[in-house]
Design a protein around this ligand. Structure first.
Ligand SMILES: *Cc1c(COP(=O)(O)O)cnc(C)c1O
Length: 365
């Protein structure tokens, strides 16, 4: 008997593999696998969420007006040019579908965030990957892939899982050299963590034309990954398209309140950023001292390089044996590496200690 068949290409999509959360037989795992902020839920966001518990029968404000006003005020942006989504993934899917489709091409980088490929394939676009240079976006390699069929370019800056970024000049060069009809999506999920002076999250490029979109998320520094909240800042015409194609109530009522509260949590971003910078440097130094390669990172994670897939797998197994979950990134073309989220100091110390012990074992070191 023949069942219903999905559209062509749907069964070639590899399901997204999230960071794992559990280990069989381990009660308390150290979860450093999804780049969730180190400090948990912002208390004000938890309280706002709880306040809504008696109002669950009410539909949310489909335009998320109060939340967009709060985001606009916080980041100095026009709320009319902001669209919220159920995570920034939601907006990435919508952009890929609205601007791509069969016969068109989507460009991303070699080790770019895997959701772009899934979103592009759902849209029916062909997905092309631009070679990177030392695990960093190569603007010329992206430009070399552009064809008349190119409709959209997705760039995570900084990128996950590599942690690398390109600076303002390169970002502008990419935008200027792309045809005006090509949408450039700058995914700045880790913007709040970046300390480099030459960083541009993307708003200036959005403002300068009609063809660039910046996406942001509440899942990382704002600690709301479980709630699903992201937003896009885009030119008017793209905002209009997103508002036509998104689900009318794509951001639920509780997350709208939690998001507003997270933005208002005093000192949260400053504390998280300061901790991340310190803890990331300390962990990088410890791993380097243990003989592990560490790629420079601007995000709240490190890419640890074990030189071979076998050693990376063995290290992953060793960590699991100690109740520590990090992220294998073979699916990103990096089977020799593991991505480690910067957690609290105790968590970073545990992973550093475990990996030092792993490297010290004679058979492996
Ligand atoms: C985590 C992450 C996101 C955020 O996804 P959400 O759907 O907002 O949770 C987006 N892009 C990149 C590169 C990320 O690492």
């Amino acid at each position: 008997m023949n069942g219903p068949a999905p559209r062509a290409g749907m069964l070639e999509i590899a399901p997204y593999k999230p960071g794992e959360a559990q280990l069989p037989g381990v009660n308390r795992v150290v979860k450093l696998s999804s780049n969730e902020g180190a400090f948990g839920t912002p208390p004000a966001a938890a309280a706002a969420h709880a306040r809504l518990a008696g109002e669950l029968h009410r539909y949310p404000d489909g335009t998320a007006a109060a939340l967009r006003r709060a985001i606009g005020a916080r980041f100095g942006l026009d709320p009319e040019r902001i669209v919220c989504g159920a995570g920034s993934d939601d907006l990435i899917y919508l952009l890929a579908s609205a601007y791509g489709g069969p016969g068109t091409e989507l460009i991303m980088t070699e080790h770019g965030f895997s959701i772009y490929e899934i979103a592009g394939r759902i849209a029916g676009s062909s997905v092309r990957k631009a070679r990177e240079r030392a695990l960093t976006t190569d603007v010329d390699a992206i430009l070399a892939l552009v064809s008349p069929a190119t409709r959209i370019v997705f760039l995570a800056n900084p990128n996950n899982p590599t942690g690398s970024m390109i600076g303002r000049e390169e970002l502008w060069r990419l935008r200027r050299r792309l045809a005006p009809e090509v949408v450039l999506v700058i995914d700045a999920a880790y913007a709040e963590y970046v300390a480099r002076a030459d960083y541009e999250a993307g708003a200036a490029l959005v403002d300068a034309g009609a063809n660039t979109v910046m996406t942001r998320t509440f899942s990382k520094i704002f600690g709301l990954g479980g709630m699903r909240l992201g937003w896009a800042y885009a030119p008017e015409a793209i905002v209009d398209v997103l508002n036509r194609v998104r689900a009318p109530f794509n951001v639920n009522a509780a997350v709208q309140e939690a998001g507003i509260a997270a933005l208002a949590e005093p000192g949260w971003v400053e504390k998280s950023r300061a901790h991340n910078e310190r803890a990331r440097a300390r962990l990088a130094a410890a791993l380097t001292a243990a003989g592990i390669g560490v790629w420079p990172s601007e995000g709240n994670f490190l890419l640890a390089d074990f030189a071979t897939p076998e050693r990376a797998r063995a290290a992953d197994g060793f960590l699991r044996g100690r109740g520590i979950i990090v992220r294998a990134v073979g699916g990103y073309g990096l089977p020799q590496a593991l991505r480690i989220t910067i957690g609290r100091d105790e968590e970073c110390a545990l992973v550093a200690e475990a990996l030092a012990a792993f490297m010290a074992e004679p058979a492996r070191g």
